[in-house]
Design a protein around this ligand. Structure first.
Ligand SMILES: [Zn+2]
Length: 505
């Protein structure tokens, strides 16, 4: 996920939408419609419970290719890797090009702190969309900006102009902490940029001096060098400043940057037997940030998608609708690959019955965000019925911005995002520590079974909903916090201007 917002989601009544058992005495279940093809779903679930290549694929993607930021050579290798996996499984798959608007990769980032009688060079990471510095670096005063609150700026006054601000962070322990950190950094950066700082340096919030990448809140329009500094060195610098030793910071940031370029999604397809022009698409993003190996975010769910396709093919199952399993690119830099798909496939979107996304690591799938569309809740419950034993599942009927359901939502396509127990997601988010061993392989297998039930269920069941109009999507924005989420992501203007999402015609 680029980021996920917890605010304002509405947990719909448990009794209305919980699939599976929450009572000792289960309620009478409706007989599944013949079109649900429950026996086939159960065979698929059984196949995914076996010793499939799922975990070996994740190990291959993370240990052999590793971090794969869009635009990098490892990312291109990952596209070829995924195509080869689908080919080996006998699944039709293709690479589909789309345009990335801006090239941004860190080549190197270095920092040296100096003061009277002290000099040290902490490990740092450039924040995505950080500006580069001149080759010989940029040197400025390093100021103690506390937690970057308004009173800290008031205390520093005019001194912040042209200075680097060192901002403290609370240790990040879980997903809730991640939400808080994102919200706070947007406010800090707004104050800092308005005050004319040279750049912001965040104290690393992760244990053991782990570095990570957080997007600069204003995205590609940022013009300043922006860093995360390993925790202990940032603390040392603050102690020195607070003890009366003024410090300077020299930053040397080298960016592989540039304008628009082509990147590729990988889209696998299992053609529908009786309604081939109707599409159920589920996806996970193939790109990751590059400090770690992108296991939780989101290699695990890439391997999951591949295994679902592989087992459908191996069993010779013929869903009614066409199933597409998509490995998106450009997600971390603004959900650009799935945006590209909605442009390339614009003429088919009326026939897209559902678009699903999985992007919160390896924690148990405990339900789905259903996008503020109560009409699809009964269908989700029905699709989950064959895996009720892996529940309970609770749907949250709210629109969610932050991963690859987003552009489908703006196009009025019914969309799901798997909600997952946080497990080790938060601490390792976009970090050096997001590696293979952080994923629970047994839970990943169970999540594959849950996903398969939903994908296969929607590919076969009768549907009662259709694509929303732009007016319907606008109404959704009015009755939920969707607009607020979009503004926080810098994607509101694109919608308002009609360059992203369903057109006004
Ligand atoms: Zn992600």
């Amino acid at each position: 996920m680029v980021r996920q917002l917890a605010a304002c989601v509405v947990v719909v009544s448990m009794t209305a939408v919980v699939s599976g058992r929450t009572h000792a005495q289960p309620p009478a279940r409706p007989a599944p419609a013949a079109t649900d093809r429950r026996d086939e779903t159960l065979r698929l679930i059984g196949a995914l419970a076996g010793d499939t290549p799922l975990v070996r694929d994740l190990q291959s993607l993370t240990d052999r290719i590793g971090g794969r930021a869009t635009g990098s050579a490892p990312n291109e290798r990952a596209v070829q890797w995924a195509l080869a996996r689908f080919k080996d499984a006998g699944v039709d798959a293709r690479a589909e090009s789309f345009t990335m608007p801006v090239r941004w990769l860190e080549r190197s980032a270095k920092a040296t702190i100096r003061g009277d009688g002290v000099e040290f060079s902490p490990a740092v990471a450039a924040m995505p969309f950080s500006a580069a510095t001149p080759a010989n670096g940029t040197t400025a005063s390093l100021l103690d900006a506390g937690y970057g609150k308004k009173e800290d700026f008031d205390r520093l006054g005019a001194a912040v102009r042209g200075a680097f601000l060192l901002v403290q962070q609370h240790e990040l322990e879980d997903v809730d902490g991640l939400f808080r950190e994102y919200g706070e950094s947007a406010e800090i950066e707004q104050r800092a940029f308005a005050a004319g700082v040279a750049g912001v340096v965040y104290m690393g919030s992760r244990p053991y001096n782990t570095l990570y990448r957080h997007n600069v809140s204003i995205g590609a329009s940022n013009t300043r060098p922006m860093l995360v500094m390993e925790h202990d060195a940032a603390e040392k610098a603050l102690r020195l400043i607070r003890g009366g030793t003024p410090l300077t910071l020299t930053e040397r940031i080298e960016i592989d940057g540039g304008g628009a370029y082509q990147a590729q999604n990988v889209v696998a397809e299992i053609r529908g037997a009786t309604k081939p022009d109707e599409v159920v698409i589920f996806g996970a993003h193939l790109d990751s940030w590059d400090l770690g190996d992108g296991a939780l975010d989101n290699g695990a769910n890439v391997a999951l998608m591949i295994d679902v396709a592989r087992q459908i093919k191996r069993l010779g199952l013929r869903p009614a609708r066409t199933i597409r399993l998509a490995l998106w690119n450009g997600e971390e830099q603004g959900m650009i690959g799935s945006f590209g798909y909605t442009k390339t496939h614009a003429a088919e979107l009326d026939k897209h019955v559902l678009a699903g996304s999985i992007d919160i690591g390896c924690g148990r799938i405990n339900g789905f965000y259903t996008g503020g569309r109560p009409e699809i809740l009964p269908a989700v419950a029905r699709a989950l019925e064959p895996v009720a034993g892996l529940g309970p599942f609770t749907q949250i009927d709210a629109p969610i911005v932050g991963t690859d359901n987003f552009d489908f939502m703006l196009h009025g396509v019914a969309n799901l995002v798997a909600n997952q127990e946080p497990a080790l997601y938060g601490q390792n988010y976009h970090a050096h520590s997001d590696v293979f061993a952080k994923c629970d392989p047994q839970q990943l297998r169970l999540n594959a079974q849950i996903t398969a039930a939903v994908v296969y269920g929607f590919a076969n069941m009768d549907v009662t909903w259709s694509r929303q109009t732009r007016a319907d999507v606008e109404a959704l924005m009015k009755r939920t916090d969707l607009e607020q989420q979009m503004r926080m992501f810098n994607v509101w203007d694109e919608w308002a201007q009609g360059t992203r999402g369903r057109s006004k015609r």
